[in-house]
Design a protein around this ligand. Structure first.
Ligand code: GTP
Ligand code: MG
Length: 456
């Protein structure tokens, strides 16, 4: 039996409404002790999920706010336990007094993600849905919202569940075969098993193929800014994130280490990585910086190659462009568009990446840059929202499942005994079980919920 937890579920800043939340066996009793409905009827006399107007009391029994309260008896609640919520005015002082009053009733402060963790442990959500809760809270773009909302409604869980069910059916065939060890696999069964394994493998390959897109939608596209010293990389980063994240000076070689910041551009979350300007240098620190720039380029899914538009494109810019294109899609960015510029270079169609002129100073061209980014990472009309793999944990589990199925398929073709196949399929099933949380280890669960905020 778990204890009763409480938390302030809204941010600690003055706002119109603030919410106190409780879950556990004493949740309803504790709230009833600190909330006095107007009209005299006790809170417990109201139906579940009915909003009741009343007075919220502080630790000394004094009235601290006029508020709304609601109760839900388990298992018909978010966590599956008895729960209660108080909506009061969003004053951090009111909320902490209210929370203190609840603590006086013997409930304790909830840890990060503890409500959702209880929901998962009580079978209200599978693990992919629980992860979707955190993704939804963190969502910065409409695409991220749609993915997380779909996942929360169970789309990914159902997709994985269908593969799981197919493999479970196959196990039944294996067992039938194993019950008659002296006989060869009857050809009918062998065909069914073969078809089932192939179907599962294809489904898993398709699922794994969604990871790249899902990862970019949920976590952002790693996007490196490269160019010669003074090209305007740090200035562009600052313009895109909207504050002075990186140091800007007119001294070439200002940025030494890589600087990261997130922004949303063209409906796409970018994980921008500003880098040291690339040039030959004798300076030890700067040389390490240049090495880091090249390493960042290798990790990037998008490279913005910048050159100072008030100068002509030089040989070093061309080399850098070629380098960048070997690693990632490139957008060529001509900077300082507010200054008199050299004519745009004329390039052959084939060697021409998309080009845009921008000014970090006036903001000119940033919209166009956004359109180009969106063109490379389209966010609308691509379907599959909610059933993409979005994090490394899910992808790793899906990969192990695929390996198990592929091994079983090869073994069957090679005529290996059914019990060997059985082990491989069981491994695949266990990996899929981890993905949805059906059989996940306690320590891994703890790690997943750590990234949640308190009150969720
Ligand atoms: N007029 C104008 N000046 C700019 C613009 N962007 C950058 N600059 C100037 O160009 C100089 C270099 O800018 P940075 O952003 O530091 O360039 P960087 O590419 O990060 O340089 P390093 O870190 O040295 O590689 C600074 O003096 C900036 O003020 C712009 O859009 N318009
Ligand atoms: Mg810089």
């Amino acid at each position: 039996m778990s204890d009763t937890i409480a938390a302030i579920a809204t941010p600690a800043v003055p706002s119109a409404i603030g919410i106190l939340r409780l879950s556990g066996p004493e949740a309803i009793a504790a709230v009833s002790a600190v909330f006095r409905p107007l009209g005299g009827k006790p809170l417990t006399a109201y139906e579940d999920r009915h909003l009741v107007l009343g007075e919220l009391l502080g630790p000394g029994g004094e009235v601290i706010d006029q508020a709304l309260a609601t109760i839900s008896h388990g298992p018909h609640s978010y966590t599956g336990e008895d729960t209660a919520e108080v909506q009061c005015h969003g004053s951090p002082a009111v909320l902490s007094l209210g929370l203190e009053a609840l603590f006086a009733q013997g409930v304790r402060q909830a840890g990060p993600g503890e409500f959702t963790r209880r929901a998962f442990l009580n079978g209200q959500l599978d693990l992919t849905q629980a992860e979707a809760v955190a993704d939804l809270i963190d969502a910065e773009t409409p695409a991220a919202v749609h993915q997380a909302a779909g996942q929360l409604s169970g789309a990914l869980g159902r997709r994985v569940g269908a593969i799981y069910d197919g493999l479970t059916d196959l196990l039944a065939h294996f067992h039938a075969v194993l019950d008659y060890p002296d006989e060869d696999i009857d050809p009918f069964r062998a065909d069914t098993i073969q078809a089932g394994l192939t179907g599962a493998r294809t489904a898993l390959e398709d699922l794994l193929a969604t990871y790249q897109r899902g990862k970019y939608i949920a976590g952002g596209v790693p996007c490196v800014l490269v160019g010669r010293p003074n090209a305007g990389k740090s200035s562009l980063l600052n313009a895109l994130v909207g504050y002075d994240r990186a140091i800007v000076t007119d001294i070439p070689g200002t940025t030494r280490d890589t600087v990261e910041a997130k922004c949303v551009l063209g409906g796409v979350t970018l994980r921008l990585i500003d880098t040291a300007g690339i040039r030959e240098t004798e300076d030890t620190v700067e040389r390490i910086g240049v090495e880091r720039s090249r390493a960042a380029l290798e990790e990037a899914a998008l490279a913005l190659v910048l050159w100072d538009g008030s100068t002509a494109l030089g040989e070093e810019d061309w080399d850098l462009l070629a380098d960048a294109r070997a690693h990632a899609p490139v957008i060529l960015v001509r900077t300082k568009a507010d200054l008199p510029s050299k004519p745009m270079p004329v390039l052959g169609v084939e060697e021409m990446p998309p080009v845009v002129s921008v000014s970090a100073k006036t903001g000119q061209g940033l919209d166009k840059l956004g359109e180009l980014v969106e063109g490379l990472f389209p966010t609308v009309g691509v379907g599959g929202a909610g059933e993409l793999l979005t994090n490394a944990r899910q992808a790793e589990a899906a990969r192990r499942a695929l390996e198990g199925v592929a091994r079983a398929e090869e073994s069957l073709e090679a005529g290996i005994t059914p019990d060997a196949l059985l082990t491989d399929v069981e491994e695949a099933l266990s990996a899929l079980g981890e993905l949805t949380g059906a059989n996940i280890r306690e320590d891994i669960t703890a790690r997943i919920f750590e990234r949640f905020c308190v009150g969720k």
